[in-house]
Write a protein that binds this ligand. Structure first.
Ligand code: COA
Length: 373
């Protein structure tokens, strides 16, 4: 039987960052304009005025201080409040594929792997830019990989679901070297005029190379165990899709972008994830104290604090549960992979850690790893 391991990871970060202050200032101008334009209706009690967003609230409620985005100008323009990314002709690489290729090249280089040695590409992300052809096939072509490629979407848990899928391919012998990429242009599905959520997301791309141990580079990561779980919930939802054009309401309603019941998500997902981690630690016979680090999904700092305390029985240190939320915000499926990529270089052979994601679906995934010599 083949043995899947993680050979390397890759990261691509957009050049533009938006601070909470910049985001809040533009939201507040937009809100003032909105109120002014509806002054009469607001005065007549027909409409509630929009209230200002606040930098202090955002940082306290989420831990987010800034986010990277593909387009800063459109997002911060009170008359636009959305990224503006030009459509490209079909002959040109699409933007989502382009950023995935950048992260993929980083991972391949770190593993000393040539693209032609890769025999499967999985594009696992929340925000696919089109219906078909699959993003993964375009990424496979742009890199020059062999084998097969396909897309999968399990929202914020896409990367852990992608890692288990890749590991299963390696185990069964369907592929030996699987490139799993997570290009996330979350700014495209975020409603920047919604005060409750305008601060949540950022853009990024990550990549994970899962390979058979026989070809993996030195210093790879053993996969000790993976587990996936889903449980239907409407509390995080995005109704955007091609059937919208068939619906009388069209595509412009706010539910065609990201919407959530943040409080409910917090309350329901924390115990679901903490229980899942605890159970799998038991199954794998790993004591929580044997985990040097948890690279948790990056949605909310308070949520991660609670999950790690439930697992460890005490509050985790920043080293045990690192955050990238402060600079990247929530990057959907890529969050736990960015944390793993940036905060794993100090691991010694035998050190163990956990990559864990959770999000819409609900969905949750765990990948327990151990550094090798
Ligand atoms: N600026 C200022 N105040 C704001 C605000 C903003 N941008 N957004 C909301 N508020 C206000 C609310 O109006 C509310 O005021 P009220 O008490 O007078 O009604 C108050 O702040 C608390 O709002 P609430 O939405 O309950 O905040 P919260 O503490 O639950 O934090 C989230 C909101 C979204 C950060 C938090 O619930 C969360 O992260 N949940 C999990 C989300 C998640 O993981 N989602 C997965 C996405 S993939």
């Amino acid at each position: 039987m083949n043995t899947p391991v993680i050979s390397a990871t890759g990261l691509w970060t957009p050049p533009n960052s938006i601070s909470n202050k910049e985001l809040v200032d533009s939201y507040n101008v937009w809100a003032d304009n909105w109120n002014r334009e509806r002054e009469a209706d607001i005065a007549a009690g027909l409409l509630e005025p929009k209230t200002h967003s606040s930098v202090e609230f955002i940082e306290k409620a989420s831990g987010i201080k800034s986010r990277y985005v593909m387009d800063k100008t459109g997002v911060l323009d009170p008359d636009i409040m959305a990224p503006r990314i030009a459509e490209r002709p079909n002959e040109q690489i699409s933007v989502l594929a382009e950023i995935a290729v950048k992260a993929a090249k980083d991972a391949l280089e770190r593993a000393g792997r040539k693209p032609e040695d890769v025999d499967a590409v999985i594009c696992a992300a929340s925000n696919m830019q089109r219906a078909y052809p699959a993003m993964a096939v375009e990424i496979q072509d742009a890199l020059g990989c062999g084998g097969f490629a396909f897309d999968m979407n399990v929202a914020c848990s896409s990367a852990t679901f992608g890692i288990q899928t890749a590991a299963d391919f390696v185990r069964s012998g369907s592929a030996k070297s699987v490139l799993m990429v997570n290009p996330e242009i979350c700014s495209g599905h975020l409603n920047f005029t919604d005060r409750d959520s305008h601060f949540i997301f950022g853009d990024v791309a990550t990549a994970v190379l899962v390979e058979d141990v026989s070809i993996a580079p030195v210093g790879h990561w053993k996969i000790l165990g993976t587990k996936l779980k889903t449980q239907f919930s409407n509390n995080i939802r995005n109704n955007f899709g091609f059937l919208n054009r068939a619906a009388p309401e069209g595509i412009d309603a706010p539910d065609k972008l990201f919407v959530q019941e943040g409080r409910k998500v917090f309350k329901e997902v924390v115990p679901m994830v903490a229980t899942m981690i605890g159970e799998q630690l038991g199954e794998l016979n790993i004591a929580p104290t044997d985990l040097r680090r948890m690279w948790l999904h990056q949605a909310n700092a308070n949520m991660n604090r609670l999950i790690s305390s439930k697992v460890l029985g005490r509050e985790a240190t920043d080293e045990e549960s690192p955050t990238v939320l402060d600079t990247y915000a929530n990057t959907s499926s890529a969050g736990s992979i960015i944390a793993f990529h940036k905060y794993s270089g100090d691991f010694k052979p035998g050190d163990r850690g956990l990559i864990c994601s959770f999000g819409a679906g609900y969905s949750a995934g765990t990948v327990f790893v151990e550094k090798t010599a």
